[in-house]
Design a protein around this ligand. Structure first.
Ligand SMILES: *[C@@H]1O[C@H](CO)[C@@H](O)[C@H](O)[C@H]1NC(C)=O
Ligand SMILES: *[C@@H]1O[C@H](CO)[C@@H](O)[C@H](O)[C@H]1NC(C)=O
Ligand SMILES: *[C@@H]1O[C@H](CO)[C@@H](O)[C@H](O)[C@H]1NC(C)=O
Ligand SMILES: *[C@@H]1O[C@H](CO)[C@@H](O)[C@H](O)[C@H]1NC(C)=O
Ligand SMILES: *[C@@H]1O[C@H](CO)[C@@H](O)[C@H](O)[C@H]1NC(C)=O
Ligand SMILES: *[C@@H]1O[C@H](CO)[C@@H](O)[C@H](O)[C@H]1NC(C)=O
Length: 558
C-alpha cells in the first residue's frame, strides 16, 4: 500500500538580517536515506528534494486537496503509464504535515460509462457530518465531458483509501448549448444561508470563458442556473475555476461556505497558460458576484504567479485556520527529456493565501511547515553592495536552499524614469535582462550560479520613477540558467504594488534542483521558474546576492 516515503530534505538557508546579509545555512543532514539520495542525485540531477512529486511518470493538476481527520490529502492528475500526458486518473497521496508524503493507491480511475475515457480534474467538498465528496470531470463513452461524484467507501479510514462512484453519475451533462469539449473542473461547492449547495464548472460559451453555476439541495440532483456566476468577453475557455472567500480583517483563512460583511470573494480561472484572479463581493441570495475589476481589463492583471503555475486549487485547512493554494508547475525541457527522466511535472510548495493589507490583491507565502526542513543556518550582516558587485554566499549547498533577502535602497531619486509605454513587466524584464545595468538595479539573487557565472538564474529587481511614484519591477531571468540550448528560457516579470520609500524590498526564493519559486515584496508578487543547470554538479553551485548599487541588506520578518 505504501509505495514510498519522500526522503527527508536537505536544505540550506540564507537569511539577511540587520544591516547586513545574515546568512543562515545548514550542512547536509545525515539520514538513513542519505545513500539512496546520493544515488538518485547522480542520475537524476533535476528531481526535486522537497517539492511534491510522484515517484515517476506524468503529473499535472492538483485535485481535491483537503484536510480530513488529521490527514492532509492531495489527489492529482496522473498518467500511470508514462511521463507524457494521457490515461488520466486521480492519484492519491497523504501527509500529516504537508511536507512528508506517502503515495497510496490511486483513488479514481475509469470504471463507468461516465468516466471510461478519463478521470479529469475536480474538487472535494466536506459535507455536513464530516463526509467528503469529490466532484470530478469524467470523459464518457462519447468523449463528452460530464461531471461525476465519488464518496469514500469507509469514513473511519482517515487515509480514505477507497472511493465509490455515485450510481447517479453523471450528475451534470453538457446540454442546452454547452460544448461537450469545453465543460470541466467542478469547484469545491459552497452552501448558502438557504442550505442550498452551489458549484461552478469551467466552460466556454460563444467563445468566452464562463463559470456555469449549479444549485442542489442534496448534492446529487443539480440544476443549472440560467445566468453564470461570471463570464468574460476577453478570455476563452476557463479551466480549473476556484471560488472562495477571503477575510478583509483577519489573517486567518475562511471556510468556503462562509460569507459575511468582512469577506470578499476571489474568482480564479486558468487560461492563456496562467492563473488569473479577480476580487468581488458575492451575495448568495441571488448568487450575484459583483466584481471590482474584470479579467484582462487593466494593464495590471492579477495572477497568482507570473512564471510557471497553472490549474491551481485552494482548500480551507480547518486544523490551522488557513487557506492553502497548490499549483501545477510544468517542465521547461522537451517531451523526450521527460521520457528520459521518467517523469514530468511538480506541485508548487503549498502557499497560504490571504487578502493584502490594501485589499486590492492576494498575498502568498510558503506554509510555515517548510521551515522545519531548515538546518545549519548561515548569515551575513551589514553588507554594502557596490555597483556591479557580486557577493558570494559561501558554505551552503546550493541545490536546495531557502533564501530570504532584504534590500535597503539609499538613493531612490536616482531611479530611471519609467517610459509610459513600458506597461508589460514581462517584456520589460526581457528587454532589461539581468546583465543590462540600470540606474537602480538590477539587484537580487543568483541561483544555481557557477563560479564564473556562465550559468546563473537571476531573480532581481529594478526601481523606476514615474511622476512622483516609484515602480518596483521583479524579474526572473532564465536566459543563462543552463548551457543546454533546447530549453524554454522565457524571462518572467511582475510589478510589485509597493512604495520603496516606505519599505525595504524583500525576496524569498525556494531553490530545489530544477525549480526556483520566488516571493517578492512579502508575497505580493510570485514568480516560479524551471531551470536545468548543467555545468558541473548543481550541488556545488553558489547562490549569490548581486547588486549594482550601494545598498544595505537587512532584516526580514521572523
Ligand atoms: C474502515 O477503516 C477502519 C480504520 O482504518 C478499519 O479499522 C475498518 O476495518 C474499516 N472497515 C471496513 C469495512 O473496511
Ligand atoms: C449584482 O449586484 C450589483 C451591485 O449590487 C448590481 O449592480 C447588479 O445589477 C447585480 N446584478 C444582478 C444580475 O442582479
Ligand atoms: C508548459 O511548458 C511549456 C514549455 O515551457 C509552455 O510552453 C506551456 O505553456 C506550459 N503549459 C502550461 C499549461 O503552463
Ligand atoms: C535557523 O534560524 C532560524 C531563524 O532564526 C531559527 O528559527 C532556527 O532554529 C535556526 N536553525 C538552526 C538549526 O540553527
Ligand atoms: C565556467 O565554469 C564551468 C565549470 O563550472 C566551465 O565548464 C566553463 O567552461 C566555464 N566557462 C567559462 C567561459 O570559463
Ligand atoms: C529598512 O530596514 C532597516 C533595518 O531594519 C530599517 O532601519 C529601515 O527603516 C527600513 N527602511 C524602510 C524604508 O522601511
Amino acid at each position: 500500500m505504501l509505495l514510498t516515503w519522500k526522503p527527508p530534505m536537505e536544505i540550506s538557508v540564507i537569511w539577511v538580517v540587520g544591516f547586513c546579509v545574515l546568512l543562515v545555512a545548514h550542512g547536509a543532514q545525515a539520514s538513513s536515506h542519505e545513500s539512496s539520495r546520493n544515488l538518485q542525485e547522480t542520475d537524476q540531477p533535476y528531481r526535486t528534494g522537497y517539492h511534491f512529486q510522484p515517484p515517476k511518470n506524468w503529473m499535472n493538476d492538483p485535485n481535491g486537496p483537503m484536510y480530513y481527520k488529521g490527514v492532509y490529502h492531495l489527489f492529482y492528475q496522473y498518467n500511470p503509464y508514462g511521463a507524457v500526458w494521457g490515461n488520466i486518473i486521480w492519484a492519491h497521496s497523504v501527509s500529516y504535515d504537508l511536507v512528508n508524503w506517502v503515495h497510496i493507491d490511486h483513488a479514481i480511475y475509469p470504471t463507468q460509462p461516465s468516466d471510461i475515457n478519463g478521470c479529469w480534474s475536480g474538487s472535494t467538498t466536506i459535507l455536513p457530518g464530516e463526509k467528503p465528496a469529490i466532484l470530478y470531470t469524467g470523459i464518457d463513452t462519447k468523449n463528452h465531458q460530464v461531471q461525476n461524484m465519488a464518496v469514500p467507501k469507509n469514513l473511519s479510514d482517515p487515509l480514505l483509501r477507497e472511493w465509490i462512484k455515485s450510481p447517479y453519475n453523471p450528475l451534470m451533462t453538457p446540454i442546452d448549448g454547452i460544448d461537450p469539449d469545453l465543460y470541466r473542473d467542478p469547484t469545491t461547492a459552497w452552501q448558502g444561508p438557504d442550505k442550498i449547495w452551489r458549484v461552478i464548472v469551467g466552460s466556454q460559451i460563444d467563445g468566452h470563458g464562463r463559470a456555469i453555476l449549479y444549485r442542489s439541495k442534496d448534492f446529487v440532483s443539480w440544476t443549472r442556473i440560467d445566468s453564470p456566476l461570471h463570464s468574460s468577453g476577453k478570455t476563452e475557455m476557463w479551466e480549473c475555476p476556484d471560488f472562495f472567500p477571503v477575510s478583509t480583517r483577519s489573517s486567518n483563512g475562511v471556510d468556503t461556505s462562509s460569507q459575511d460583511k468582512y469577506t470578499k470573494h476571489v474568482l480564479k480561472a486558468s487560461f492563456n497558460h496562467h492563473d488569473y484572479y479577480i476580487l468581488g463581493s458575492y451575495k448568495p441570495a441571488n448568487d450575484n458576484f459583483s466584481v471590482e475589476t474584470n479579467f484582462m481589463d487593466s494593464g495590471m492583471d492579477l495572477r497568482y504567479d507570473y512564471g510557471k503555475f497553472y490549474a491551481s486549487k485552494t482548500f480551507f485547512d480547518r486544523a490551522m485556520n488557513r487557506r492553502i493554494l497548490w499549483g501545477w508547475i510544468n517542465e521547461s525541457d522537451s517531451e523526450s527529456d521527460d521520457i528520459k527522466k521518467g517523469w514530468s511535472g511538480l506541485q508548487s510548495i503549498p502557499r497560504t493565501i490571504l487578502l493584502s493589507e490594501t485589499g486590492k490583491q492576494l498575498v502568498q507565502w510558503p506554509i510555515k511547515e517548510i521551515e522545519k526542513l531548515r538546518f545549519k543556518n548561515l548569515s551575513f550582516h551589514d553588507k554594502k553592495l557596490k555597483s556591479g558587485s557580486v557577493l558570494e554566499v559561501p558554505g551552503i549547498t546550493a541545490s536546495q536552499a531557502d533564501v530570504e533577502v532584504s534590500f535597503e535602497l539609499p538613493n531612490l531619486e536616482d531611479a530611471e524614469i519609467l517610459d509610459p509605454s513600458w506597461t508589460d513587466p514581462q517584456l520589460l524584464c526581457s528587454q532589461k535582462k539581468a546583465s543590462v545595468r540600470g540606474k537602480l538595479g538590477p539587484f537580487g539573487l543568483l541561483a544555481f550560479a557557477t563560479k564564473n557565472l556562465t550559468e546563473q538564474t537571476a531573480i532581481y529587481f529594478r526601481i523606476f520613477r514615474s511622476n512622483h511614484n516609484y515602480i518596483v519591477l521583479m524579474c526572473s531571468d532564465q536566459s543563462r540558467s543552463s548551457v543546454r540550448e533546447e530549453l524554454d528560457k522565457t524571462t518572467y516579470g511582475a510589478f510589485i504594488d509597493m512604495d520603496p520609500r516606505h519599505e525595504n524590498i524583500t525576496l524569498r526564493s525556494l531553490i530545489d534542483h530544477s525549480i526556483v519559486e520566488s516571493f517578492g515584496g512579502e508575497g505580493r508578487a510570485c514568480i516560479t521558474a524551471r531551470v536545468y543547470p548543467k555545468l558541473g554538479n548543481s550541488r556545488a553551485s553558489i547562490p549569490v546576492c548581486i547588486q549594482q548599487w550601494h545598498l544595505k541588506c537587512q532584516n526580514l520578518k521572523a
